[in-house]
Design a protein around this ligand. Structure first.
Ligand code: PAF
Length: 287
Protein backbone atom coordinates (compact mmCIF):
# COMPACT_ATOMS: atom_id res chain seq x y z
CA UNK A 1 0.00 0.00 0.00
CA UNK A 2 1.46 3.39 -0.94
CA UNK A 3 1.78 5.96 1.88
CA UNK A 4 -0.98 8.12 0.25
CA UNK A 5 -3.52 5.28 0.48
CA UNK A 6 -5.83 5.34 3.48
CA UNK A 7 -5.37 2.20 5.58
CA UNK A 8 -8.74 0.50 6.13
CA UNK A 9 -9.47 0.35 9.88
CA UNK A 10 -11.79 -2.55 10.61
CA UNK A 11 -13.87 -2.55 13.79
CA UNK A 12 -16.01 -5.67 13.42
CA UNK A 13 -15.55 -9.34 12.57
CA UNK A 14 -17.88 -8.82 9.59
CA UNK A 15 -15.66 -6.09 8.12
CA UNK A 16 -12.55 -8.18 8.78
CA UNK A 17 -14.02 -11.28 7.11
CA UNK A 18 -15.23 -9.24 4.14
CA UNK A 19 -11.78 -7.85 3.32
CA UNK A 20 -10.14 -11.26 3.81
CA UNK A 21 -12.77 -12.88 1.55
CA UNK A 22 -12.16 -10.21 -1.14
CA UNK A 23 -8.41 -10.87 -1.07
CA UNK A 24 -8.92 -14.62 -1.17
CA UNK A 25 -11.25 -14.26 -4.16
CA UNK A 26 -8.33 -12.53 -5.90
CA UNK A 27 -6.10 -15.53 -5.04
CA UNK A 28 -4.08 -13.60 -2.45
CA UNK A 29 -2.46 -15.07 0.68
CA UNK A 30 -3.15 -13.32 3.97
CA UNK A 31 -0.90 -12.79 7.01
CA UNK A 32 -2.03 -11.63 10.46
CA UNK A 33 0.19 -9.71 12.87
CA UNK A 34 -1.54 -9.65 16.29
CA UNK A 35 -0.39 -6.75 18.50
CA UNK A 36 -1.47 -4.59 21.40
CA UNK A 37 -0.40 -1.43 19.57
CA UNK A 38 2.20 1.23 20.52
CA UNK A 39 3.92 -0.15 17.46
CA UNK A 40 7.68 0.02 16.93
CA UNK A 41 10.38 -1.45 14.67
CA UNK A 42 9.95 -4.88 16.28
CA UNK A 43 6.33 -4.99 15.09
CA UNK A 44 7.40 -3.70 11.67
CA UNK A 45 9.77 -6.69 11.38
CA UNK A 46 6.65 -8.88 11.78
CA UNK A 47 4.88 -6.92 9.04
CA UNK A 48 7.94 -7.21 6.76
CA UNK A 49 8.15 -10.98 7.29
CA UNK A 50 4.39 -11.21 6.73
CA UNK A 51 4.83 -9.52 3.36
CA UNK A 52 7.49 -12.11 2.45
CA UNK A 53 5.15 -14.99 3.28
CA UNK A 54 1.83 -13.55 2.06
CA UNK A 55 0.40 -10.93 -0.30
CA UNK A 56 -1.53 -8.92 2.27
CA UNK A 57 -0.84 -8.21 5.95
CA UNK A 58 -3.50 -7.33 8.51
CA UNK A 59 -2.24 -6.02 11.84
CA UNK A 60 -4.57 -6.24 14.80
CA UNK A 61 -4.35 -3.78 17.68
CA UNK A 62 -6.24 -4.82 20.78
CA UNK A 63 -5.11 -4.22 24.36
CA UNK A 64 -6.47 -7.47 25.68
CA UNK A 65 -7.87 -6.96 29.20
CA UNK A 66 -7.93 -10.66 30.10
CA UNK A 67 -4.16 -11.12 29.80
CA UNK A 68 -3.39 -8.48 32.45
CA UNK A 69 -3.33 -9.24 36.16
CA UNK A 70 -5.18 -7.00 38.66
CA UNK A 71 -2.03 -5.03 39.57
CA UNK A 72 -0.61 -4.82 36.06
CA UNK A 73 -0.51 -1.97 33.53
CA UNK A 74 -3.75 -2.52 31.55
CA UNK A 75 -5.04 1.02 32.13
CA UNK A 76 -1.69 2.73 31.52
CA UNK A 77 -0.66 0.58 28.53
CA UNK A 78 0.14 3.05 25.69
CA UNK A 79 -2.69 3.51 23.18
CA UNK A 80 -1.99 5.54 20.02
CA UNK A 81 -4.04 4.31 17.11
CA UNK A 82 -3.35 7.19 14.68
CA UNK A 83 0.44 6.76 14.99
CA UNK A 84 0.08 2.97 14.70
CA UNK A 85 -2.03 3.34 11.54
CA UNK A 86 0.53 5.71 9.97
CA UNK A 87 3.40 3.32 10.72
CA UNK A 88 1.46 0.36 9.33
CA UNK A 89 0.62 2.30 6.17
CA UNK A 90 4.23 3.28 5.51
CA UNK A 91 5.35 -0.31 6.12
CA UNK A 92 2.95 -1.81 3.61
CA UNK A 93 0.20 -3.33 5.80
CA UNK A 94 -3.12 -3.79 4.01
CA UNK A 95 -5.51 -3.23 6.93
CA UNK A 96 -5.71 -2.56 10.65
CA UNK A 97 -8.18 -4.59 12.71
CA UNK A 98 -8.94 -2.66 15.90
CA UNK A 99 -12.00 -4.15 17.62
CA UNK A 100 -13.42 -2.78 20.88
CA UNK A 101 -13.58 -4.93 24.01
CA UNK A 102 -17.34 -5.36 23.39
CA UNK A 103 -16.68 -6.85 19.96
CA UNK A 104 -14.03 -9.21 21.31
CA UNK A 105 -15.84 -10.15 24.53
CA UNK A 106 -19.56 -9.51 24.10
CA UNK A 107 -21.94 -9.77 27.05
CA UNK A 108 -22.05 -13.39 28.23
CA UNK A 109 -18.63 -14.37 26.86
CA UNK A 110 -17.57 -17.42 28.92
CA UNK A 111 -14.90 -19.40 27.07
CA UNK A 112 -11.24 -19.69 28.05
CA UNK A 113 -8.43 -21.46 26.21
CA UNK A 114 -5.93 -22.88 28.67
CA UNK A 115 -2.68 -24.44 27.43
CA UNK A 116 -0.84 -26.81 29.79
CA UNK A 117 2.88 -27.59 29.79
CA UNK A 118 4.61 -24.64 28.13
CA UNK A 119 2.34 -22.14 29.95
CA UNK A 120 3.53 -23.39 33.32
CA UNK A 121 6.71 -21.95 34.85
CA UNK A 122 8.56 -18.71 33.93
CA UNK A 123 5.97 -15.97 33.27
CA UNK A 124 3.21 -18.50 34.05
CA UNK A 125 4.29 -18.32 37.72
CA UNK A 126 4.68 -14.56 38.07
CA UNK A 127 1.68 -13.70 35.84
CA UNK A 128 -1.02 -16.26 36.70
CA UNK A 129 -3.78 -16.33 34.08
CA UNK A 130 -1.68 -14.35 31.57
CA UNK A 131 -1.20 -17.15 29.04
CA UNK A 132 -4.82 -18.28 29.10
CA UNK A 133 -5.72 -14.64 28.33
CA UNK A 134 -3.23 -14.65 25.45
CA UNK A 135 -4.32 -18.07 24.13
CA UNK A 136 -8.00 -17.07 24.28
CA UNK A 137 -7.57 -13.82 22.36
CA UNK A 138 -5.15 -15.29 19.82
CA UNK A 139 -7.53 -18.21 19.17
CA UNK A 140 -10.30 -15.69 18.56
CA UNK A 141 -8.13 -13.51 16.29
CA UNK A 142 -7.09 -16.56 14.25
CA UNK A 143 -10.67 -17.77 13.88
CA UNK A 144 -11.93 -14.28 13.08
CA UNK A 145 -9.35 -13.62 10.35
CA UNK A 146 -8.51 -17.19 9.25
CA UNK A 147 -5.10 -16.08 7.90
CA UNK A 148 -2.63 -18.34 6.09
CA UNK A 149 0.13 -17.27 8.46
CA UNK A 150 0.29 -15.45 11.81
CA UNK A 151 3.47 -13.80 13.04
CA UNK A 152 4.73 -13.34 16.60
CA UNK A 153 7.98 -11.93 17.97
CA UNK A 154 10.53 -14.18 19.66
CA UNK A 155 10.88 -11.47 22.31
CA UNK A 156 7.83 -13.11 23.97
CA UNK A 157 9.36 -16.54 23.50
CA UNK A 158 7.18 -18.41 26.00
CA UNK A 159 4.10 -16.81 24.45
CA UNK A 160 5.25 -18.01 21.01
CA UNK A 161 5.62 -21.59 22.29
CA UNK A 162 2.16 -21.40 23.95
CA UNK A 163 0.60 -20.19 20.68
CA UNK A 164 2.36 -22.90 18.64
CA UNK A 165 1.06 -25.57 21.04
CA UNK A 166 -2.47 -24.12 21.06
CA UNK A 167 -2.71 -23.84 17.24
CA UNK A 168 -1.39 -27.39 16.84
CA UNK A 169 -3.62 -28.89 19.57
CA UNK A 170 -6.74 -27.18 18.20
CA UNK A 171 -5.93 -27.98 14.54
CA UNK A 172 -6.20 -24.32 13.59
CA UNK A 173 -5.14 -24.26 9.93
CA UNK A 174 -2.50 -21.52 10.16
CA UNK A 175 1.28 -21.35 9.97
CA UNK A 176 2.69 -19.80 13.16
CA UNK A 177 5.85 -17.89 12.33
CA UNK A 178 8.32 -16.64 14.95
CA UNK A 179 10.36 -13.55 14.09
CA UNK A 180 13.75 -12.77 15.72
CA UNK A 181 14.02 -10.06 18.36
CA UNK A 182 14.80 -6.53 17.14
CA UNK A 183 17.24 -4.69 19.43
CA UNK A 184 18.40 -1.14 20.02
CA UNK A 185 22.09 -0.60 19.12
CA UNK A 186 23.01 -1.12 22.80
CA UNK A 187 21.25 -4.50 22.85
CA UNK A 188 17.98 -3.63 24.62
CA UNK A 189 15.14 -5.64 23.07
CA UNK A 190 12.46 -3.36 21.59
CA UNK A 191 9.28 -3.36 23.65
CA UNK A 192 6.30 -1.02 23.98
CA UNK A 193 7.00 -1.07 27.73
CA UNK A 194 10.48 0.49 27.27
CA UNK A 195 8.56 3.80 27.17
CA UNK A 196 8.03 3.42 30.94
CA UNK A 197 11.80 3.61 31.66
CA UNK A 198 13.33 6.77 33.16
CA UNK A 199 16.61 8.01 31.62
CA UNK A 200 18.63 6.31 34.38
CA UNK A 201 16.70 3.05 34.00
CA UNK A 202 17.09 3.21 30.23
CA UNK A 203 20.88 3.40 30.71
CA UNK A 204 20.78 0.32 32.98
CA UNK A 205 18.39 -1.77 30.86
CA UNK A 206 20.91 -3.15 28.27
CA UNK A 207 22.57 -5.06 31.13
CA UNK A 208 19.82 -7.66 30.75
CA UNK A 209 20.93 -8.70 27.26
CA UNK A 210 24.63 -8.41 28.11
CA UNK A 211 24.06 -10.78 31.05
CA UNK A 212 22.20 -13.25 28.83
CA UNK A 213 25.18 -13.25 26.48
CA UNK A 214 27.66 -13.72 29.35
CA UNK A 215 25.62 -16.52 30.94
CA UNK A 216 25.26 -18.08 27.49
CA UNK A 217 29.04 -18.07 27.03
CA UNK A 218 29.46 -19.81 30.41
CA UNK A 219 26.90 -22.48 29.47
CA UNK A 220 28.51 -23.06 26.08
CA UNK A 221 31.86 -23.43 27.89
CA UNK A 222 30.30 -26.25 29.96
CA UNK A 223 29.25 -24.57 33.23
CA UNK A 224 26.11 -26.09 34.77
CA UNK A 225 22.87 -24.14 34.52
CA UNK A 226 22.36 -23.63 38.28
CA UNK A 227 25.70 -21.93 38.78
CA UNK A 228 25.71 -19.96 35.49
CA UNK A 229 22.21 -18.56 36.06
CA UNK A 230 22.92 -17.79 39.75
CA UNK A 231 25.93 -15.76 38.56
CA UNK A 232 23.71 -14.00 35.99
CA UNK A 233 21.05 -13.08 38.58
CA UNK A 234 23.68 -11.56 40.87
CA UNK A 235 25.07 -9.52 37.93
CA UNK A 236 21.62 -8.14 37.09
CA UNK A 237 20.91 -7.22 40.73
CA UNK A 238 24.37 -5.68 41.25
CA UNK A 239 23.84 -3.63 38.07
CA UNK A 240 20.72 -1.88 39.39
CA UNK A 241 17.70 -4.12 38.71
CA UNK A 242 15.38 -4.36 41.75
CA UNK A 243 14.51 -8.05 41.42
CA UNK A 244 14.77 -11.00 39.05
CA UNK A 245 11.59 -13.05 38.51
CA UNK A 246 13.60 -15.74 36.74
CA UNK A 247 16.75 -16.36 34.74
CA UNK A 248 16.52 -19.94 33.51
CA UNK A 249 17.92 -22.29 30.89
CA UNK A 250 15.13 -24.24 29.19
CA UNK A 251 14.73 -26.70 26.33
CA UNK A 252 14.15 -24.50 23.26
CA UNK A 253 10.83 -26.07 22.30
CA UNK A 254 9.27 -27.79 25.36
CA UNK A 255 10.59 -25.10 27.77
CA UNK A 256 11.39 -27.87 30.27
CA UNK A 257 14.31 -26.97 32.60
CA UNK A 258 17.81 -28.02 31.47
CA UNK A 259 20.69 -28.81 33.85
CA UNK A 260 23.25 -27.99 31.17
CA UNK A 261 23.39 -27.04 27.51
CA UNK A 262 23.24 -30.58 26.11
CA UNK A 263 20.68 -29.74 23.38
CA UNK A 264 19.24 -26.57 21.76
CA UNK A 265 18.32 -24.32 24.67
CA UNK A 266 16.76 -20.98 25.40
CA UNK A 267 17.96 -18.73 28.17
CA UNK A 268 15.03 -16.64 29.43
CA UNK A 269 14.96 -13.74 31.88
CA UNK A 270 12.37 -11.47 33.49
CA UNK A 271 13.55 -8.73 35.84
CA UNK A 272 12.19 -5.54 37.33
CA UNK A 273 13.76 -2.15 36.82
CA UNK A 274 11.87 0.47 38.84
CA UNK A 275 8.19 -0.10 38.03
CA UNK A 276 8.96 -1.77 34.70
CA UNK A 277 9.17 -5.52 34.18
CA UNK A 278 11.50 -6.38 31.30
CA UNK A 279 11.81 -9.77 29.60
CA UNK A 280 14.40 -11.03 27.15
CA UNK A 281 15.78 -14.34 25.88
CA UNK A 282 18.60 -15.87 23.88
CA UNK A 283 18.80 -19.05 21.79
CA UNK A 284 21.81 -21.29 22.55
CA UNK A 285 23.26 -24.30 20.78
CA UNK A 286 25.64 -26.77 22.46
CA UNK A 287 29.26 -26.57 21.33
O1 PAF B 1 2.35 -10.02 22.17
C1 PAF B 1 1.34 -9.31 22.23
O2 PAF B 1 1.34 -8.13 21.85
C2 PAF B 1 0.05 -9.90 22.79
O3 PAF B 1 0.30 -10.76 23.84
C3 PAF B 1 -0.83 -10.55 21.71
C4 PAF B 1 -0.14 -11.76 21.07
C5 PAF B 1 -1.18 -9.54 20.64
C6 PAF B 1 -2.13 -11.06 22.35
O4 PAF B 1 -2.84 -10.03 22.95
Amino acid sequence: MSPETVLPILRSVTELRRIVADWRRDGLKVALVPTMGALHAGHMALVARGLELADRVIASVFVNPIQFGPNEDFSSYPRREAQDAALLTSNGAGALYAPSADVMYPEGFSTTISVGGVSEGLCGVTRPGHFSGVATVVTKLLLQALPDVALFGEKDYQQLQVIRRMASDLDIPVRIEGVPIVRETDGLALSSRNAYLSATERATAPLLYKTLQDVGARLIAGEDAVSATAWGKSEVLAGGFGSVDYLDLRDASSLKPLDSLDRPGRLLVAARLGRTRLIDNLGLLPR
